[in-house]
Design a protein around this ligand. Structure first.
Ligand code: C2E
Ligand code: CA
Ligand code: CA
Length: 590
């Protein structure tokens, strides 16, 4: 069938083009059927079909007057149309040496006329054909009409293919197309080094602000203008993809990080200077992120993700352009993972636990209570520090469940100690957002009572900023807690940037001086002055003062000389598991 190597190559490329369109063996569709009906009617012939030439069969996407879906390719007239890419007319099959003994002739067909179904790239997929059971002649005009119908079929095929691959707003290929192209490129050049540049003209918060202020059509228009401007800068030859609102990607052949950054920066400069964007009554801050792509090794989804991640990092940096960093990405991913996994941790029996760090009365040397500190053993990541995961959770609805878990567990432990006649106060860390729960105080008090604990056994630690930056509802929660006899401690005192004048307004009984000040006591005179004045002021305002992070005897002695009430820190003990605390306490009182 194939004359030479060239023909074979063509046939392979042709089949590839056909398969790319994903038409073979798809169900009938009215958009094709109406063309075949029209053909049959117009030519007044019993049979019309849209026939696609697969490797060894003719498959009918649409047909009138034939029962079956496919016939063998061998000696099929449509196959000749596909091979020759020209119109084929067989006035009478019985007169044709080629087709006299074909499947078609055997089934009673005498006449055939077919026009090639040709893609824009010049591949003939098959034929638009009409057939009759009698020999016929066909005029030049009718042949022209058959060709028109073939063109209509092709338009339909290409349109259907484009839907879902073209961004309707900008007319640019979209991310499905990008994924497909990356796959195609990998087939041709597996492992070759390329680079994806991700340009984001507006970030999502700008998009939503603009949507709100100017309406969505404005942002659409901006995206269109940006697409045109970007294409202009890159040149018509460069394929540009639109992967989201005001988000574009293009691929360049491999280059090093420095070149990439240079390229990205130049691109950004040009974007900034585009008049079309200057016309917008807003400040547009385009950023460009670049990521290396090893064809076939990086999945298209990952390419988009890492390129966008580079883009987001670039937004945080001043230059506005950056190359994907695995380290930064890993930290984002870790944060995401922690956030995503915390809900499961709350329900797992063995991931979360509390440890307890003793607090010592400096006058009597007795342990009056402990601070409950949360620990998380992540199934994959191992121990995760609360200073890493709590700030993440605090901004989510899970903060409520986190504190609920801590309150429940700490009260259960306090109850156990109370039953053992151990007189140990329990200090709990609470986030600012917990005070916004309207039933926070009520629930806590109910649990304390139910456990048969004296209210005085419970203390809540809140940071200075949490206590000050609160609305009325939070103050009400605080008031009812204090009224019921729960103590409030100002945690991390001195680290908030609020004015000390506020101190007199905060409804609290205890001040915990942050360990950053305590740490410096041994060597820096400035720290001494600071701690001394904090202590004096807090005492003058009637607070009880706790020093956090006491690590040396020298610090301890100095704080004692200043009249500090309590000390907490590694010098006395690290945070301990409940049983270890009991042992520690027994050894101390023995
Ligand atoms: P924090 O409330 O200031 O807790 C004291 C932290 O200082 C604890 O860290 C403790 O292990 C550490 N520490 C105690 N003594 C010393 C010392 O002598 N030297 C040094 N270098 N460090 C000392 P941890 O347990 O890692 O907790 C970190 C932070 O996480 C806590 O700071 C608190 O803000 C938060 N957190 C812990 N548990 C909870 C909780 O149950 N709920 C809430 N909302 N936050 C919690
Ligand atoms: Ca604390
Ligand atoms: Ca603290």
């Amino acid at each position: 069938m194939y004359d030479d190597v060239h023909d074979l190559d063509y046939e392979q490329a042709r089949l590839y083009a056909l398969r790319q369109l994903k038409l073979l063996d798809t169900p009938p569709s009215e958009s094709f059927d109406r063309i075949t009906r029209l053909a049959s009617k117009y030519f007044n012939m019993p049979i019309a079909a849209v026939s696609l030439t697969d490797a060894d069969r003719q498959w009918f996407k649409s047909r009138v007057g034939v029962e079956h879906w496919e016939i063998p390719r061998f000696k099929a007239c449509c196959a000749e149309v596909a091979d020759e890419s020209t119109v084929l007319v067989v006035p009478d099959m019985l007169e044709s040496s080629t087709y006299r003994d074909s499947v078609l002739a055997d089934s009673g067909i005498r006449f055939y006329a077919g026009a090639p179904l040709q893609t824009q790239d010049g591949y003939t997929l098959g034929a638009m054909c009409v057939l009759d059971t009698q020999p016929r002649e066909i005029s030049e005009d009718d042949i022209a009409l058959l060709k028109d119908m073939a063109a209509m079929v092709m338009a339909q095929i290409e349109l259907q293919h484009a839907v879902g691959r073209i961004d309707p707003l900008t007319g640019l290929p979209n991310r499905s197309q990008l994924a497909e192209d990356l796959d195609d490129m990998a087939r041709d050049a597996f492992g070759r080094h390329h680079c994806a540049l991700f340009t984001e003209v507006l970030d999502s918060s700008q998009v939503s602000t603009l949507n709100r202020v100017m309406g969505p059509t404005y942002v659409d228009e901006l995206s269109r203008l940006a697409a045109r401007g970007l294409q202009e800068v890159l040149g018509e030859e460069q394929k540009l993809y639109c992967v989201g609102l005001c988000q574009f990607v293009h691929l360049v052949e491999g280059c090093g990080d420095d070149e990439l950054i240079d390229g990205a920066l130049r691109l950004r400069e040009t974007l900034l200077s585009l008049t079309l964007i200057r016309e917008a009554p807003i400040l547009v801050h385009p950023v460009v992120g670049a990521t290396p792509v090893y064809l076939g090794e990086n999945q298209p989804g990952d390419v988009l993700r890492t390129a966008h991640s580079a883009c987001q990092d670039a937004r945080l940096s001043e230059v506005g352009a950056g190359v994907y960093s695995q380290a930064l990405d890993a930290s984002h991913r870790r944060r995401f993972m922690l956030l995503a996994d915390f809900r499961a941790a709350l329900n797992a029996p063995d991931q979360l636990r509390l440890v307890y760090q003793p607090r010592i009365d400096m006058q009597t040397n007795a342990c009056l209570g402990v601070e409950a500190l949360l620990r998380w053993r992540h199934p994959q990541l191992g121990e995760v520090s609360p200073s890493e995961f709590i700030p993440l959770i605090e901004n989510t609805p899970l903060a409520r469940s986190l504190t609920a878990w801590v309150v429940y567990s700490a009260i259960a432990q306090a109850q156990a100690w109370h039953r053992q006649k151990l007189n140990i106060g329990m200090s709990l860390n609470v986030s600012a957002c917990n005070l916004e729960e309207p039933d926070f105080a009520e629930r806590l008090l109910a649990q304390v009572h139910e456990a048969g604990l004296p209210v005085s056994a419970i203390e809540l630690e809140l940071t200075e900023t949490a206590l000050i930056g609160q609305g009325r509802a939070a103050w009400q929660q605080l008031d009812s807690l204090i009224e019921a006899g729960i103590r409030i401690a100002i945690d991390d005192f001195g680290t908030g940037y609020s004015s000390l004048a506020y101190l007199q307004d905060i409804p609290a009984q205890v001040v915990k001086i942050d360990r950053s000040f305590i740490k410096g006591l041994d060597d820096t005179p400035r720290s001494r002055t600071l701690v001394e004045s904090m202590l004096n002021m807090a005492h003058n305002l009637g607070y009880r003062v706790v020093a956090e992070g006491v690590e040396t005897q020298q610090t301890y002695d100095y704080l004692e000389s200043l009249g500090c009430n309590e000390a907490q820190g590694f010098l006395m003990s690290r945070p301990l598991e409940a049983v270890d605390f009991e042992t520690w306490l027994a050894a101390r009182t023995a």
